[in-house]
Design a protein around this ligand. Structure first.
Ligand code: PXP
Length: 238
């Protein structure tokens, strides 16, 4: 059965919108683990738009499942990763000004750099996953790079505009999962997954872990809204 790692970046996004102390992504991570989540994911961006260095440090201390750090393969992030030593690093491309990660890594174009970064992380006991688009070349190159996992980008499936396109993208993900498994790489999947599109995806064999953030944080806001209003009404109308 596939595992589920909860990405708590968006809790930090809400906090940073006010430059406040709450909501704290660390509290969200603890709540996620109490609910049974298998792991916690955070993306420490170069611009520190949501997750802060402080979050990562505290999370390393409190996460009892597995901590997955998404990051760009920059010198700054490598220094942080080697100091914090998360259980896994997922290497992602990072573009200035992007709203979210816009696609998979160019693993062929960055082969030498990735080769060095992966070896260094693995030597320090950190598992490495490469966020790649669902194409054969990227997955084959990830195997040559001796990554531990690939995280297959599910965005084209999640953004499918009709049922036929969604089925085609689902079949593509299934083929890529088979190839990845054959190449002895672990399979993670994520990006754009929600309460509807996950249902078909869980049928795919050999998936180690799904990484999901936006849909869960978005739903948490709505399922918790009534309770939050009632709690404030209790205080105001006391
Ligand atoms: N995987 C990667 C590599 C990501 O960059 C993100 C977004 O931070 C996710 C998974 C989670 O995507 P979503 O927030 O759409 O669930």
């Amino acid at each position: 059965m596939a595992k589920l790692s909860i990405n708590v970046d968006h809790v930090a996004t809400l906090r940073e919108a006010r430059k406040a102390k709450e909501p704290d992504p660390v509290a969200a991570a603890i709540a996620a683990e109490m609910a049974g989540a298998d792991g916690i994911t955070v993306h420490l961006r170069g611009d520190r738009r949501h997750i802060q260095d402080r979050d990562l440090k505290i999370l390393r201390g409190v996460v009892k499942t597995t901590l997955n750090l998404e990051m760009a393969a920059t010198n700054e992030m490598m220094e942080i990763a080697l100091q914090i030593k998360p259980d896994m690093v997922t290497l992602v491309p990072e573009k200035e000004g992007e709203v979210t990660t816009e696609g998979g890594l160019d693993v062929d174009g960055n082969f030498e750099k990735l080769n060095q970064v992966i070896a260094k992380l693995q030597l320090n006991g950190v598992l490495v996953s490469l966020f790649v688009n669902p194409d054969e070349e990227s997955i084959k190159t990830s195997a040559k790079l001796r990554a531990d996992y690939v995280e297959i980008n599910t965005d084209s499936y999640a953004c499918a505009r009709n049922v036929a396109e969604q089925i085609a993208q689902l079949e593509r993900l299934e083929r890529m999962a088979t190839l990845t498994h054959r190449l002895n790489l672990g399979i993670n999947m994520g990006h754009g997954l929600d309460y509807r599109n996950i249902v078909n995806l869980v049928q795919i064999q050999h998936i180690h872990e799904f990484s999901i953030g936006h849909a869960i944080v978005g739903r948490a806001v709505l399922v918790g809204f009534e309770k939050a209003v009632r709690e404030m009404l209790d205080l105001v109308k006391r």
